[in-house]
Design a protein around this ligand. Structure first.
Ligand SMILES: [Fe+2]
Length: 356
């Protein structure tokens, strides 16, 4: 059976495009009384972007802090707050921020029309009711969250996405100007998320011509961006690389690095981008060319990865980490094929972790 996957319905792209957010929200306000819920990264509290939100009476701005990875608890609290403001439901949810904020916005839009806790929907195709119309405005490039159907959340027992057609954004607004001020390390780690999506997609068993076309273009753009200094034009390229990397994995899957990185994030609280980099650096056996190029790019951008994070970790926490990684069957299957369990027993995962 071939996957019949849903994609973002509308894309607005271009420098300065953020000014058109007003028009995009206006289109969905229609004659309805409900306002728009803006879910915004709190790093924007004191910078001009927030001043430019097209706010109307009855709209709400919900600041979110993503120093920690997004959790089901955060999503449930935001959905409760929106309901408490008598936005039942809002005309739209707008997410403005990096991948974590976009994932929170996707999950909140799902939770406004579905009962229970967001933890109930961590998994594949568990969401029943269509979500509230939602718009994604990325301010950081690389995660592919703007185009993916997953909203990755740390839940009470696992780090796993809400993977649903209902979580896909109805509209995204890609304005490269919004990413210009991203600090260097964050820019690099998040960009490497995209690079690693491509490497894992292009070397996976799920690969097909569709994924290859997007993955190869994304990889080419990543190379243009990261083999030179960060300069004019690189923000545009990375934004489009992120979109293409996301499209590539939409029809294939990520692999060993992401599986291990999920465990790292869950137990150590590492952000996705840096978690991927720490894991990827230890995976030359699986991705020899990719890891060599990655190290070269780290060198060019003066990135020194943290080391010894897992070396001396307590056994119980390593058990948890290993359990999380091994629960992600599709990622391993894509990377290693049908008999992946034979090639990746628990002892092997632990050994890989101990190198990090
Ligand atoms: Fe990723």
């Amino acid at each position: 059976m071939f996957r019949n996957f849903k994609t973002v319905s509308r894309i607005l792209y271009g420098r300065g495009g953020f000014a058109q957010l007003d028009q995009l929200t206006e289109e969905v306000r229609d004659d309805r009384l409900e306002g728009v819920a803006f879910v915004v990264d709190d790093v924007f509290k004191d910078i001009p972007v927030a001043d430019r939100l097209p706010l109307r009476e009855r709209d709400a701005v919900l600041w979110v802090n993503v120093d920690q990875e997004p959790s089901t608890e955060t999503v449930d609290a935001l959905a409760t707050e929106i309901r408490a403001r008598r936005m039942n439901p809002p005309a739209a949810v707008v997410g403005l921020g990096g991948g974590s904020v976009l994932d929170i916005a996707k999950a909140v839009s799902v939770m406004l029309t579905n009962p229970g806790s967001s933890a109930d929907y961590q998994g594949w195709d568990l969401v029943r009711n269509p979500s509230v119309y939602h718009i994604g405005v990325p301010t950081l490039s690389g995660t592919g969250a703007e185009v993916s159907r997953t909203a990755v959340l740390i839940g009470p027992v696992r780090k796993l996405g809400i993977n649903s057609d209902h979580s896909v954004f109805d509209q995204i607004l890609l304005d490269p100007d919004l990413t210009i001020t991203v600090p260097g390390e964050q820019w690099f780690y998040t960009g490497m998320d995209c690079y690693i999506h491509c490497v894992e997609s292009l070397s996976g068993t799920y690969l097909n011509a569709f994924s290859r076309a997007y993955g190869e273009k994304s990889l080419e753009l990543c190379r243009e961006v990261f083999h030179g200094p960060r300069g004019p034009g690189s923000d545009e390229k990375l934004m489009i690389a992120s979109l293409h990397g996301g499209m590539s994995i939409a029809y294939s899957q990520v692999g060993v690095c992401h599986a291990l990185s999920y465990g790292l994030s869950y137990v150590l609280g590492l952000h996705h981008g840096i978690g991927n980099c720490v894991a990827f650096n230890c995976l030359e056996e699986f991705y020899p060319e990719g890891v060599a190029e990655f190290r070269d790019m780290c060198g060019k951008h003066g990135i020194v990865l943290p080391r010894g994070l897992v070396e001396n970790l307590e056994e119980s926490r390593l058990d948890r980490m290993t359990g999380i990684a091994l629960s992600l069957d599709p990622l391993w299957e894509n990377a290693l094929g049908d008999n992946w369990r034979d090639r990746m027993p628990e002892s092997r995962v632990r050994e890989l972790y101990r190198r990090m």
